[in-house]
Ligand binder design. Structure first.
Ligand SMILES: Nc1ncnc2c1ncn2[C@@H]1O[C@H](COP(=O)(O)OP(=O)(O)OP(=O)(O)O)[C@@H](O)[C@H]1O
Length: 244
């Protein structure tokens, strides 16, 4: 399988605190990869180092064969990022924000069809600040997809979305995956991870404690349900699973 994202020995510490500790991963084209772990496990830091928005202390990252620190401009034509809180003017309207975003990319897709797909077609003229939390979250997914990316990074994919909206987002992403989009996501919802992810990595204190499929994670745990297995892996208590 063609490798889209390759991370080798990635490390990052904050004032001596190891947030990401010698991470290795390889994600193939069209794969949906879930980076999991408790609050503070190091997911966002790892993603920011991968994107080059944070400088790692050690290790290398390659996305679509490029170094995000050195080939930023070319690479980011092909990479979409969902931000938790995008930087936008207070009073900007949905259509304007989409238009401005589209103007930054050569291969931008029609944002109207994306807004429709994510249930925001009737919000074109609304101010972004007037959207509900879940609508904003969906707008941020739309913004990530506007470049017509080959890879997207989706941090806390559906946090704040209602049950129906989450299902709709899953369906849309599955459709994009079928067309070859590579997706790296983080999520705290194990039903979502089961529904979407081909493979997962579970982080604990910056270290990978499991990498493989959801089925493999369950099989290597004493549990039958994935959520129970996940909680077992991430348990704060010292476990005998450290070497898994
Ligand atoms: N800018 C920063 N300065 C100092 N420490 C930081 C900074 N950002 C993150 N950390 C620390 O690094 C560790 C990893 O944080 P990170 O945000 O990567 O975790 P996370 O897995 O994304 O958590 P969450 O699920 O809560 O988003 C935490 O201990 C956090 O306190």
């Amino acid at each position: 399988m063609e490798t889209t994202i390759r991370v080798e020995n990635l490390s990052k510490s904050y004032a001596g605190d190891q947030a990401v500790d010698r991470l290795n991963l390889s994600i193939g084209r069209g794969e949906v990869f879930g980076l999991l772990g408790a609050n503070g496990a190091g997911k966002s830091t790892a993603i920011e180092c991968m994107l080059g928005t944070k400088k790692q202390d050690g290790g290398t990252v390659s996305i679509l064969g490029m170094d995000p620190l050195k080939e930023r401009k070319v690479l980011f034509e092909k990479v979409g990022v969902q931000f938790q809180e995008a930087n936008y003017q207070e009073k900007i309207r949905v259509a304007e924000l989409c238009k401005v975003t589209a103007s930054l990319y050569r291969a931008a897709v029609d944002y109207r069809s994306l807004l429709e797909r994510f249930g925001l077609a009737d919000k074109l003229k609304s101010q972004v600040s007037e959207l509900s939390g879940g609508q904003k979250q969906r707008l941020f997914i739309v913004l990530a997809l506007i470049p017509n990316p080959e890879v997207v990074f989706l941090d806390e994919l559906t946090t704040g979305l209602d049950a129906r909206a989450r299902r709709e987002v899953w369906k849309s992403l599955s459709g994009l995956k079928a067309k070859g989009l590579t997706i790296l996501l983080t999520s705290h919802f194990m039903d979502e991870v089961e529904a979407l992810c081909d493979r997962i990595m579970i982080l604990k204190k910056g270290k990978s404690i499991f990498c493989g499929t959801v089925q493999e994670a369950v099989a290597a745990s004493p549990h039958e349900k994935f959520e129970d297995a996940y909680l077992w892996y991430t348990d704060e208590e010292e476990q005998e699973n450290e070497s898994v």
